[in-house]
Design a protein around this ligand. Structure first.
Ligand code: HEM
Length: 415
């Protein structure tokens, strides 16, 4: 049985005490569809800090910030590498991919553990450092303005599909040095790959086609280097050698998927918040210098990705007995509503002290966070400068989805 099939176990494992069982289906919980972040907050209020849910093969859920930080800092016990080792062909959904092990290659660096992870992660640090990315700012501004140009005069748009979706795909293509004449095709594939409504077979086909296109780009760069990320990775030094072709595919796909659904949804939830808060909109228009701080608070309120770990040996975590082989899902968006770290967690408060958990902690902490922040900063600056006060379309409320990535599926705006 797939570990994520939506079925409920008929027997709770013997090491799980009944008081720690809370029935919650991460993918199909109906309250998630009403408002995924309200559901995250309710888990803090209603469920034990670490609980076991019998759905989807049965797994633990961790909702408090301190416990999540402790788990992520202990990769020897809580592993990301299990999928690469399992090589079962079974699909595992999660951040930076949805598919961590695909068609013979391993998603890099996400599906590895230290010390191997340290070697695989190193080549990404410099190309994705804030300083290196600063050179992309003008290109991102141009892309944001092109998208705004397309919707501005109409006085309305579906922000999700018309603005939030195209931006990160276009940016990835730019970063990877991919020809923009393939933009429409690639954008469609990306949408298909991350859409929750397509069936598994179509999704599989889509991944194959994406991998095919990325393989072509890698081959072209093997022939001739350009000034792009793929070229830099080809020359990277992984413990004294360059990455193999399969490793290059593993990197490219992780980078592509890692930056896609996350940014799309972070932007959409952030813009939805602003659409409902005219005063905040006005404040940020008047003082664009407040935008980076506002982005951090929006990232806290609207965490996106949750991420799994496998327990490698019996371990007691914050008073809960885990057994070797247990699956643990770290609910990062819930941790952002943990009152002990964030007093009055439902309120938007600029300048909070405790950093949010949206990019996670530990060795796998998002390597794309500088890019994500830059994309959002430039986008909000341009959007707030050019688009008049905007609000939700009262005739068409936004639609949501739960799962490993909390998502919006449509966000009609008017101005
Ligand atoms: C708001 C946007 C984003 C969010 C919320 C986000 C969230 C995350 C989280 C939570 C992790 C840690 C996963 C884990 O611990 O298992 C992660 C890792 C990662 N992210 Fe992001 N991400 C975002 C944007 C991006 C972008 C733009 C890129 C592409 C450049 C990217 C590429 C990656 C990669 C490659 C990893 C794996 C890092 C490693 O294993 O060392 N992410 N991200």
């Amino acid at each position: 049985m797939s570990a994520f099939s939506g079925q409920k176990l008929d027997k709770i494992p013997a090491h799980v005490p009944p008081e720690l069982v809370y029935e919650y289906d991460n993918a199909r919980d109906p309250r998630m569809l009403e408002d995924p972040h309200a559901r995250m907050r309710s888990l803090i209020l209603e469920a034990p800090p670490i609980f076991f849910s019998p759905f989807n093969g049965g797994m633990w859920f961790v909702t408090r910030k301190k416990a999540i930080v402790d788990i992520t800092m202990n990769p020897e016990v809580y592993s990301n590498g299990f999928l690469a080792a399992a090589a079962s062909g079974e699909h595992k959904e999660g951040h930076a991919g949805g598919h961590k092990e695909q068609q013979g290659f391993v998603m890099l660096p996400i599906a590895t553990d230290p010390p191997q992870h340290t070697a695989y992660r190193a080549p990404l640090n410099q190309p994705l450092a804030a300083k290196t990315l600063a050179g992309l700012e003008t290109a991102i501004r141009d892309m944001a303005n092109e998208l705004i140009d397309k919707v501005l005069a109409a006085g309305r748009c579906d922000f999700f599909s018309e603005v939030a979706e195209p931006l990160p795909v276009t940016l990835f293509m730019k970063l990877a040095g991919m020809p923009t004449d393939r933009l429409a095709e690639f954008r469609d594939l990306a949408t298909q790959a991350t859409s929750a409504t397509v069936d598994a077979a179509t999704r599989e086909m889509t991944f194959k086609r994406i991998a095919g296109i990325l393989a072509e780009v890698i081959k072209a760069r093997q022939e001739k280097r350009e000034d792009d990320l793929i070229s830099k990775l080809l020359d990277a030094n992984i413990q004294g050698r360059n990455p193999t072709f399969q490793e290059m595919l593993g990197y490219s796909i992780t980078l592509f998927l890692g930056g896609l659904e996350t940014v799309v949804n972070a932007l959409s939830f952030g813009v939805r918040h602003l659409a409902r808060e005219q005063e905040l909109q006005a404040k940020l228009r008047a003082e664009p210098g407040l935008i980076p701080g506002a982005i951090e608070e929006l990232l806290r309120l609207y965490g996106i990705a949750s991420t799994p770990r496998r327990v490698m040996r019996d371990e007691v975590c914050h008073g809960v007995q885990f057994k070797q082989g247990d699956m643990v899902l770290l609910l990062l968006p819930a941790a952002n509503y943990d009152d002990t770290a964030f007093p009055n967690p439902e309120q938007f408060i600029l300048g909070r002290k405790d950093p949010h958990q949206t990019f996670n902690t530990g060795p796998h902490r998002c390597v794309g966070l500088n890019l994500a922040r830059l994309e959002m900063k430039v986008f909000y600056e341009e959007w707030l400068k050019r688009v008049p006060p905007f609000r939700l379309d009262p005739q068409a409320p936004p639609k949501f989805m739960g799962g490993f990535n909390l998502a919006i599926t449509s966000l009609p705006l008017i101005w």
